[in-house]
Design a protein around this ligand. Structure first.
Ligand SMILES: NC(=O)c1ccc[n+]([C@@H]2O[C@H](COP(=O)([O-])OP(=O)(O)OC[C@H]3O[C@@H](n4cnc5c(N)ncnc54)[C@H](OP(=O)(O)O)[C@@H]3O)[C@@H](O)[C@H]2O)c1
Length: 129
């Protein structure tokens, strides 16, 4: 009788263990699916970085490579016709600003603040002066 009871208890604890293992497996599969989805979307929040650069640095990038892909290119110029500095490269991946303060203000605006991960100031030398 006692042995029968022990057998029953063992069976029930095996059943619980199996359920726990299945739950853990389902959880890890769902985590793996989420990670794959995030990778497919290109980041945890689909955010991109911003690269702030002087107009001459922009000019030094071969036209076929600019704007630098996957990032928001922010070009600084004092030109009174800012959009002419971009030539035909105008796209949603590049904006022109009249100075560093203006660039940071633009990046902090609602249009960009939620979609920009990190702002990198990449030079050249003049924009640090
Ligand atoms: N090795 C590296 O890692 C690295 C990195 C970056 C750059 N670089 C090199 O550095 C060279 C360019 O550097 P650079 O110092 O001569 O020029 P730069 O800083 O890239 O660009 C200077 C231009 O930026 C605009 N600008 C600068 N300060 C500004 C401000 N406060 N407000 C508004 N606009 C401003 C002006 O454009 P406007 O004249 O249009 O008004 C100015 O002529 C390139 O050859 C590039 O390849 C190298």
């Amino acid at each position: 009788m006692e042995r029968k009871q022990r057998k029953k208890t063992n069976r029930s604890s095996n059943h619980n263990q199996k359920q726990e293992e299945e739950a853990a497996m389902a959880e890890s599969e769902s985590a793996a699916e989420s990670a794959a989805k995030i990778r497919a979307e290109g980041g945890s929040h689909k955010k991109r970085n911003a690269l702030v650069m002087g107009r001459r640095t922009w000019d030094s990038i071969p036209p076929k490579f600019r704007p630098l892909p996957g990032r928001l290119n922010v070009v600084l110029t004092r030109s009174s016709c800012p959009h002419t500095v971009l030539g035909s490269a105008s796209s949603e991946d590049v904006i022109v600003c009249s100075g560093l303060r203006s660039a940071l203000r633009t990046l902090a605006s609602p249009q960009y603040s939620t979609s920009i991960e990190t702002v990198f100031v990449i030079g050249g030398g003049q924009i640090y002066k």
